[in-house]
Design a protein around this ligand. Structure first.
Ligand code: FPP
Ligand code: MG
Length: 293
């Protein structure tokens, strides 16, 4: 599936905001700002910020707050990739089609670049042009999503501890929903809140985000089996080599595809209430499941 045509415009908004929000390379200490920028501008798809701003668009035409919140999530996502690639975790050499951060800047600087990005994310959120009550709620959503209780760090802990072991369906679900779906959901819910959503609307977008985020990781597992490193921009076939707990490993490819399709329908049903207003958000969701990289 080719990208929906509005992706390019969304992408441009996000790139310009990230450029403005990251310290320039010549700001001392220069090494860390070079390392942070190297990974942020390595060619990520910007899926999380696009989801954030398209979730806001369901409720408003003023997207500035959601663009900035989405950029904060992209900084958190980029820190997680840098740390995930470190020798102590997945030990990978390739990411976003380039040598990983620690391969270029060394392990110490890669750890610090991740720390710097995570910290900057919360400054960017605190300064986002969102009404202050909504801004606090968006920050709480994103920090919980990135944290240890059913969040990204918690999922990563379970993923590390599951390495090389037989993992059952329940643990696999926990890993995927925490490690990957939580931050995607957090980005969507923060976008909805920044856009003015409240009550049932926030809960609907939360259910949408949980299902589409979960589908995203199931698809990620499938692509690791089916696609080349060149297509993915990261080392393909790594899950099997590292005996990772994945959907294809537990259910096989065909059943995994059916699970992803089912999660996608579940997600899309949540958007029925919004008709045309959710047309772009719906297209992003469909793209996430149909993507090949
Ligand atoms: C690819 O995203 C990334 C994932 C599918 C998430 C995997 C989860 C982690 C690496 C969590 C690591 C956590 C810690 C705490 C180290 P993408 O396809 O959107 O990548 P892109 O941004 O490069 O396009
Ligand atoms: Mg990993």
């Amino acid at each position: 599936m080719t990208q929906p045509d509005f992706f390019q415009a969304d992408h441009a908004l996000i790139e310009a905001a990230l450029e403005r929000l990251l310290p320039p390379e010549n700001t001392p200490p220069q090494t860390i700002h070079r390392a942070m920028r190297y990974s942020v501008f390595a060619g990520g798809k910007r899926i999380r910020p696009i989801l954030c701003l398209e979730a806001a668009r369901v409720f408003t035409g003023n997207l500035d707050g959601a663009v900035q919140a989405g950029c904060a999530v992209e900084l958190i996502h980029t820190y997680s990739l840098i740390h995930d690639d470190l020798p102590a975790l997945d030990n990978d050499d390739l990411r976003r089609g380039k040598p990983t951060n620690h391969k270029v800047f060394g392990e110490a600087m890669a750890i610090l670049a991740g720390d710097g990005l995570l910290t900057l994310a919360f400054q960017v959120l605190a300064e986002a042009p969102i009404e202050s009550g909504r801004r606090s709620r968006a920050i709480a959503e994103i920090s919980a999503a990135a944290g240890t209780v059913n969040g990204m760090v918690g999922g990563q802990v379970a993923d590390v501890e599951a390495g090389g072991k037989q993992v059952g369906a329940e643990m696999l679900e926990y890993i995927h929903r925490s490690k990957t779906a939580a931050l995607i959901r957090g980005s969507i819910v923060a976008g909805a809140i920044a856009g003015g959503a409240a009550g049932n609307d926030v809960e609907r977008l939360r259910r949408f985000g949980d299902s589409i985020g979960w589908a995203f990781q199931v698809v990620d597992d499938i692509l690791d089996v089916e696609e080349s490193s060149a297509a993915l921009g990261k080392t393909a076939g790594k899950d099997q080599a590292q005996q990772k707990a994945t959907y294809p490993a537990l259910y096989g490819l065909e059943k995994s595809r059916a699970i992803a399709a089912d999660l996608e329908s579940r997600a899309l049903r949540e958007l029925d209430a919004y008709g045309e207003r959710a047309s772009r958000l719906r297209q992003v969701a469909q793209f996430l499941v149909a993507r090949r990289s």
